[in-house]
Design a protein around this ligand. Structure first.
Ligand SMILES: [Zn+2]
Length: 76
């Protein structure tokens, strides 16, 4: 069984991705645009073959990965 391959959109530059070391705590910054990822956000996390992790903020998920996300409305 193989997982579907996630491909970034044209213009994405892998060399701009800041991969986090496997033994370092997860950063709060987007690995691509360095925006702060808020606590309540769930970043897209990619793992390299060597265990390095990269995470993407909401804007990058939309811009580069084509994720359509909607802000949840909290109606009390
Ligand atoms: Zn970003």
């Amino acid at each position: 069984m193989s997982a579907p391959t996630l491909e970034p959109k044209a213009g994405f530059e892998w060399r701009k991705v800041i991969w986090g070391r496997p033994d370092s705590p997860r950063s709060v910054l987007c690995s691509y645009c360095c925006a702060t990822i808020p606590d309540e956000d769930v970043p897209l996390i990619l793992w390299s073959e060597k265990g390095y992790a990269a995470q993407f903020c909401k804007q990058c998920r939309k811009t580069w990965w084509g994720f359509e996300e909607f802000d949840e409305e909290f109606d009390a």
